[in-house]
Design a protein around this ligand. Structure first.
Ligand code: ADP
Ligand code: MG
Length: 343
């Protein structure tokens, strides 16, 4: 699928989506990730053909999507609210897209059974949606969107309505369905963890604009700007003034000449809290910072440290390791490895 210059304005004044460019490979799992109102649903609706682009092109298998009638687009869609038919049984819900495509009854039976097996709902085939849990309804929606072997599966916040524990389980199920069917997926979410764990590539959006496109590791470890760094987790964004970190009192360790050059050229850099290292400061350490807050978060402890410059940094230390714990008020020296500093 090839997306070029895709843009949408609802009011002719502001852009809900502005200039998406992206090539999606067959079988790829791409997640559009961004805060609420960033244009994710609008982008997905254009891919589905439910909204017409104000500008730009979408090509599916080399053909412009706009030229294809809905049934020939062969796209499966999972909505956040599931949109199941309440009066139909589970099996009939799943069979619906096959009926629409005039698939003969015998084939329908076979495909629905295979689909029920894929989402492990064989025992629930005759129930109505309201008799199912949220996770089970979600599985019906997934089965209905994939039973006709779509070339493309679109999902809008597929796990948004589920609680945390169930989201984890359903993430595994979606990954397994994707592997089994080999279908191309474009999914929309505002959940960083979901995007990181499921995607081959992530497209980050803010204010209708593409911020970064890359693999989960690229997005997380090499955020291209302060927005991405901050959105992907709490980031320390540090101004660079006259080629030096304005936060001061941070010991920068190791690193190549190239890494230092990149830092000097940047206006701002970011450092992940888990890469900020704290040590007890010696009595005469003029650069020492002070721990102003420490929060036990289970697997990690989160520290806020005020530096001599008045700037604050966040550090996160794993509780499983042998690392020293600090109390509020503790005097600490702060070290960051040069390669953890993202220009
Ligand atoms: P997201 O899914 O990331 O929350 P949306 O695509 O729903 O973002 O919305 C992006 C922007 O477009 C928002 O400012 C929203 O108010 C606006 N918008 C979305 N749908 C419509 C619509 N049908 N008519 C007018 N404006 C809309
Ligand atoms: Mg949305």
């Amino acid at each position: 699928m090839n997306i070029s210059g895709l843009a949408k304005s609802y009011d002719g004044n502001t852009w809900a989506v502005e200039g998406l460019d992206l090539r999606i490979e067959p079988g790829e799992f791409v997640t559009i990730l961004g805060p609420s109102g960033s244009g994710k649903t609008t982008a997905l609706m254009m891919l589905a053909g439910f909204e017409s682009p104000t500008r730009g092109e979408i090509e599916l298998n080399g053909e412009p999507v706009a030229a294809l009638p809905a049934y020939r687009r062969n796209i499966g869609m999972v909505f956040q609210s599931y949109a199941l038919f309440p009066t139909m049984s589970v099996a009939d819900n799943i069979a619906y897209p096959l009926k629409m495509r005039k698939v003969p009854r015998a084939d329908r039976e076979r495909l629905v059974n295979a689909s029920l097996e894929l989402v492990q709902l064989q025992a629930h085939r005759d129930k109505r949606p309201h008799q199912l849990s949220g996770g089970q309804q979600q599985r019906v929606a997934l089965a209905r969107a994939t039973v006709f072997t779509p070339g493309l599966l679109l999902m809008d916040e597929p796990l948004g309505a589920l609680d945390r524990k169930l989201r984890q389980t359903m993430q595994n199920e979606i990954a397994s369905i994707h592997r089994t069917l080999g279908v191309t997926v474009v999914s929309v979410t505002h959940d960083q963890e979901e995007a990181l764990s499921l995607s081959d590539r992530i497209l980050i959006m803010a204010d209708g604009k593409m911020q970064q496109l890359g693999t989960p590791a690229e997005i997380f470890e090499r955020p291209r700007n302060a927005f991405v760094a901050d959105f992907m987790g709490e980031a320390n964004v540090i101004d660079v003034v006259a080629g030096r970190l304005a936060a001061g009192s941070v010991h920068v360790e190791g690193g190549t000449e190239g890494e230092y050059a990149a830092i000097r050229l940047a206006d701002q850099v970011s450092v992940r809290p888990e890469l900020v290292m704290l040590e007890a400061a010696s009595d005469h350490d003029a650069d020492a910072g002070v721990v102003t807050a420490c929060t036990y978060q289970g697997s990690v402890v989160r520290y806020e440290v005020r530096l001599q410059s008045g700037a604050s940094l966040v550090a996160r230390a794993s509780t499983g390791s042998e690392q020293q714990r600090f109390e509020r008020g503790a005097s600490v020296s702060v070290t960051v490895r040069a390669h953890s500093i993202v220009p």
